[in-house]
Design a binder for this molecule. Structure first.
Ligand code: 9Z3
Length: 336
C-alpha cells in the first residue's frame, strides 16, 4: 500500500447539473411496482436501528440492463458479476455497518457468494451421510463454511443486511433515488458505495420497439441517449451531507486517473475508487480532493493506491478499512 501523492487537473470546477434531464428521465420511466415495498423495508430497517449510532452504507452492485424492446426479449448488459459489492458488504458488516445492498438480481450476494458462481457446483460442497439419510458438508470445506454460515446468521439475526434487487438501469435509478431520500435525514452517518456498473446509455421509451425486433431486415442500427448524470443530483440534492464513494472503471491505463479526477471535479463528492478491468482485484486507487474544489480552476487531488498484499485474500478488505476511517473522519468533522 502506498500513500498520498498529489496531482492536479484543469477540469472545470464543480457545477451542479440541471435537474431537468433527471426529472424528464423519471417521467419517461415509470416507478417500478415493487418500489413502495422497498421503501417500507428500508424505513423498517432504519426504525429498527434508530436508537443505535451505527453507520449505514448503501452499496450498489452488479450491472444494469438496457432493454431494446418494451416487451423485452433482448437487452444490453455488462460484465459485472457483483463481486466487488458482495465482498465489500461482508467487510462493512464486520466493521459494524448496517448494509443496504442494492444489487442486480442474480448477481453475487454477501456470504452465499462463497458458494455460487464458483468453479464447484454448490452440491460439490456436500455429501450424503454413510447411512444415506442425512447431508454432511465435505470435511475439507467444513471450517470455512461454518465461519461463513456463522457470520451470515449473525448478520441476519442482527438485521445488518437488507437485500434489494433491480434489473434495468431505470429500476436502479428509481431505487437509488428512493433510498437516498429515506436516508437523507441520517446525513453524515450514511456512506454511498456505488460499485454497480451503471449503463451510460439507454433507449427512450418513445423510440423503443414495442415488440421483439425482427431479424428479417438485415443489420440492426441503434441510437442511444445518454443517461443523465445522477451522481451530480445525488451529491447536490438527494444526499448532500452523506459520504459518497463512486467507482471509475477503465480499460486504458492512461485514461483512468484523468477520468477519476474529472468525475470528482464534475460531481464534487468525496472519493473515486479507480480500477482497471483486468487488475481490479489486485489494485485500486482512491482519488480525493485535497481541499474544497468548489469554484477553483485548478483543483488538487490526493491519490492513495491499495495493492493486494500477500496473505490478504480480498482487496476489498483494505479498501473498506480505509474508507471506514475516512467516513469516521467525515462524521466527526460534520458534527464539530
Ligand atoms: C466498478 O468499477 C467496480 O469496481 C466493478 C466491479 C464493476 C469493476 P465486479 O462486479 O466488478 O467485481 O466484477 N464499477 C464501476 C461503476 C461505474 O459504472 N461507475 C460510473 C462511471 O464510471 C459512475 S458511478 O461512469
Amino acid at each position: 500500500m502506498h500513500n498520498a501523492s498529489t496531482a492536479s487537473t484543469t477540469e472545470a470546477a464543480t457545477v451542479p447539473e440541471t435537474t431537468s434531464s433527471v426529472d424528464s428521465y423519471f417521467a419517461d420511466h415509470p416507478t417500478p411496482p415493487f418500489l413502495d415495498n422497498y421503501k417500507d423495508r428500508i424505513q423498517d430497517l432504519l426504525d429498527f436501528h434508530a436508537s443505535s449510532p451505527r453507520p449505514i452504507v448503501l452499496i450498489t452492485s452488479g450491472g444494469t440492463t438496457v432493454p431494446l424492446e418494451t416487451q423485452t426479449v433482448r437487452f444490453i448488459d455488462n460484465f459485472s458479476a457483483g463481486t466487488r459489492g458482495a465482498t465489500s458488504a461482508e467487510h462493512f458488516i464486520a466493521q459494524g455497518y448496517v448494509v443496504i445492498f442494492l444489487h442486480r438480481r442474480f448477481s453475487l450476494l454477501p456470504y452465499s457468494r462463497h458458494y455460487s458462481h464458483s468453479t464447484h457446483c454448490f452440491l460439490d460442497f456436500m455429501r450424503p451421510s454413510e447411512d444415506g439419510k442425512n447431508i454432511q458438508v465435505v470435511d475439507e470445506y467444513r471450517p470455512e463454511m461454518l465461519q461463513v454460515l456463522t457470520r451470515y446468521r449473525e448478520a441476519q439475526s442482527k438485521r445488518r443486511l437488507l437485500l434489494l434487487d433491480f434489473v434495468t438501469v431505470s429500476e436502479y435509478l428509481h431505487c437509488l433515488r428512493a433510498s437516498a431520500l429515506l436516508l437523507a435525514p441520517l446525513g453524515p452517518r450514511v456512506m454511498y458505495y456505488l460499485a454497480a456498473a451503471v449503463s451510460d446509455f439507454f433507449i427512450p421509451t418513445k423510440e423503443m420497439a414495442q415488440h421483439k425486433i425482427q431479424s428479417g431486415d438485415g443489420s440492426l442500427s441503434l441510437t442511444m441517449t445518454q443517461v443523465p448524470k445522477f451522481l451530480s443530483i445525488l451529491v447536490h440534492s438527494w444526499a448532500t451531507s452523506s459520504y459518497i464513494v463512486s467507482f471509475k472503471l477503465e480499460t486504458d491505463p492512461k485514461m483512468l486517473l484523468p477520468k477519476a479526477q474529472q468525475a470528482l471535479a464534475r460531481y464534487g463528492h468525496q472519493v473515486v475508487v479507480a480500477n482497471l478491468l483486468h487488475t481490479r482485484k489486485e489494485r485500486v486507487v482512491l482519488i480525493s480532493p485535497v481541499a474544497s474544489t468548489e469554484y477553483t480552476s485548478n483543483p488538487q487531488y490526493s491519490s492513495h493506491t491499495i495493492d493486494l498484499a500477500p496473505g490478504t485474500e480480498e482487496i476489498e478488505e483494505p479498501l473498506v478499512e480505509e474508507l471506514v476511517h475516512r467516513h469516521e473522519d467525515w462524521q466527526s468533522t460534520s458534527s464539530s
